[in-house]
Design a protein around this ligand. Sequence first.
Ligand SMILES: [Zn+2]
Length: 255
Amino acid sequence: MNFADQSHKKGDNVEESRLSIPSIKALVGEDESALVALDQTHVHRGVVAPLERLTAAAEDAGFSLCVASGYRSFERQKAIWTAKTSGERPVLDERGRPLDIERLNELELVLAILRWSALPGSSRHHWGTDMDVYDASALPRGSTLQLTREECDAGGPLYRFHQWLTDFLASDANPGFYRPYDVDRGGVAPEPWHLSFAPIANAYARALTVERLSNHLREHPLPLQATIEEHLTALFERYVRVPPGPESPEGEPPR
Ligand SMILES: [Zn+2]
């Protein structure tokens, strides 16, 4: 892991980051001022020190923890959304097989996409506090990371890494990471690789309301906009809201 920007700017401090209220642009992936470069991606600067601790702990256990994807902009998420609604990118069913989108009505298509991809403006990747991680040392030579359940389940190359990660997240050494998509709540499919840094991400999650998202999308309409607008409250409950991550006890700075 290589941090390109190690300078200690204002907001480096986790406590400072968690207490400041994120702007609407920061919530929807249109403000990159809190980000620093990390490997091939960017993360919130308040996540750098905790991520270094997580990486070091992984290394001690024999894993090479890498971030496959951290920050993602609104434009990037919109490009994914657009490609899926147009059939340029496959839309997958429950078992990960491509669907024939011609047979779906607009709402069915929206729901099918949201199972695997976030609605632009509502992705936790917009915040820089969330990232998809993997063990680079475990991937067979020549293979590329897929980020699928099969890789993480028993028999998959990332199984041991995820077992270790589960134990680490439950330990006192965890600086505040958790898995927001750990189980299937009927919305987003489980993503064991997706980590969130709760002390900062919880503040973003609290600030992102359905009204704010609705206003943003009205100004930046997406393909299938009318269907999204009609069902936004229900979509938000099902695909955006997740339980907040554990934070340190009140009054105590996060570890
Ligand atoms: Zn993710």
